[in-house]
Every structure is written in structure tokens, then in C-alpha cells.
Design a protein around this ligand. Structure first.
Ligand code: DX5
Ligand code: ZN
Length: 218
């Protein structure tokens, strides 16, 4: 099966956001990955609702919103109104994860949970059946362009086993340091969705780079 490709808009040229989004519309990208950083959960600030609404104005593909923020439960409805198709919260940022997942689903959005490199996927044991997506961070969140963490392969296997054993429909998304070289092995271990930021946007031909990622196979 072909992977779902979700280029991260974080790595795009914000001064030309409209043309960047139009490029993604033309490409084989399946989703637009939207990284929201608050300067609290992660040591960086990206952008918020006004920029997301500007992206939505031109985007013809679903927005996959990755919330790297504390107290995400305060903003779920607003992110849905701003056009999120999938809303992913960090397990490390949620004291009441089960409630937050139900809150996301109540808006009609798909519910995702992201786990940092140090967080065991076994902590998802009691919610995996409720999830549409698990985002495995393959870098420490906060910045694009970081080096892929090799331990991610092992985590994909463990997560895949958990998903199968519990009959969950959750997709496995890999976020951070994804490129053409590691994509085949990520897919072979069981990844469904590949997020790619700098690899796509720093390439000479992003449309072709997205097509190459889409062609990656096991
Ligand atoms: C990192 C973000 C990622 C990032 C990926 O905190 O969640 O989505 O934009 O960028 P690359 O592909 O450059 O690692
Ligand atoms: Zn992300």
C-alpha cells in the first residue's frame, strides 16, 4: 500500500504561503501537516489560528494538525473551526487524555495522540481503540530539520503489535527527519503516514520529492 504523505508546512516559505499551499495542492501530497508550537510545551513558537485560516483558504487537502502545546483541551474546538481534519495532542501534555480524545471526536475531527521519543507506546494501551492516529515523534519536537532517531523503528514494531492485538484502526504516523532513505524501512516496519518538512521544502523540486516519497515502498 502507498503511504499517506503529509508535508509539514512549517518548512515552507511563510512569505509565499499561498503559492506553497498551491504547490502542495498540485502535488501528490495527501494531507497538509500543520505544526502548532506554543513556546511552552516545546522551546519554539510557530504560528496560530490566523496563519492556519490563511492556509485553509487555499488548501484543497485535509489539514493534519499537530498540537505541541500545553493544555490543548482549551483550544480543540477552535482548531476544528479553523479547518483541522485530524487533531493530534501530545500524551505528555494531557493529564486527562481519555477525556481530550473524546473531546476531539465530539467536534467531528479524527483524534490523534503524539508520543515523544522517550515515551513508551505501551502507555497508549488503554486508549488505542479510540484513536484514529498515533504520531511517533522521530525527533524531539520543536524544530524542523533535525536528525532522525533510529530507535523509532523499534517503536513502530511495538505500536503495530499493540494496534493489531487490540483491533484498532489507528494509523501510524512518523514525524521528524523523514526522507527518501529511511522511508522504505519505516513503511516496512508498519508506518502508514510520513510527515516530511525540510526534506520536501529544501529540495530543488518539492513536487518531485513528494512523488518520490509517495512511491516509496516496502
Ligand atoms: C517537529 C515537527 C515536525 C517537523 C518535521 O517538531 O513536529 O512536523 O516539521 O520537520 P522535518 O521533516 O524537517 O524533520
Ligand atoms: Zn509535526
Amino acid at each position: 500500500m502507498r503511504p499517506i504523505i503529509a508535508p509539514s508546512v512549517l518548512a515552507s516559505d511563510f512569505a509565499n504561503l499561498q503559492s506553497e499551499v498551491e504547490m502542495l495542492n498540485k502535488s501528490q501530497a495527501d494531507w497538509l501537516h500543520i505544526d502548532i508550537m506554543d513556546g511552552r510545551f516545546v522551546p519554539n513558537i510557530s504560528f496560530g489560528f490566523p496563519v492556519m485560516e490563511a492556509i485553509k483558504k487555499y488548501a484543497q487537502k485535509p489539514m493534519d494538525v499537530h498540537l505541541m502545546i500545553v493544555e490543548p483541551e482549551l483550544y480543540i474546538e477552535r482548531f476544528r473551526e479553523a479547518g483541522a481534519e485530524t487533531i493530534t495532542v501530545h500524551i505528555e501534555a494531557c493529564n486527562h487524555l481519555h477525556r481530550t480524545i473524546q473531546q476531539i471526536k465530539a467536534t467531528g475531527a479524527k483524534a490523534g495522540v503524539a508520543v515523544n521519543p522517550h515515551t513508551s507506546v505501551q502507555l497508549l494501551d488503554d486508549v488505542i481503540e479510540d484513536l484514529d492516529l498515533v504520531c511517533l515523534m522521530s525527533v524531539n519536537p520543536g524544530f524542523g530539520g533535525q536528525k532522525f532517531i533510529q530507535n523509532t523503528y523499534r517503536k513502530i514494531e511495538a505500536l503495530k503489535n499493540l494496534i493489531i492485538s487490540r483491533n484498532s484502526n489507528a494509523l501510524i504516523e512518523i514525524d521528524g527527519g523523514v526522507n527518501e532513505n529511511n522511508a522504505p524501512q519505516l513503511l516496512q516496519k508498519g508506518a502508514d503516514v510520513l510527515v516530511a518538512g525540510s526534506f520536501v521544502f529544501s529540495s530543488a523540486d518539492p513536487i518531485q520529492t513528494i512523488a518520490n516519497l509517495k512511491k516509496s515502498s516496502i
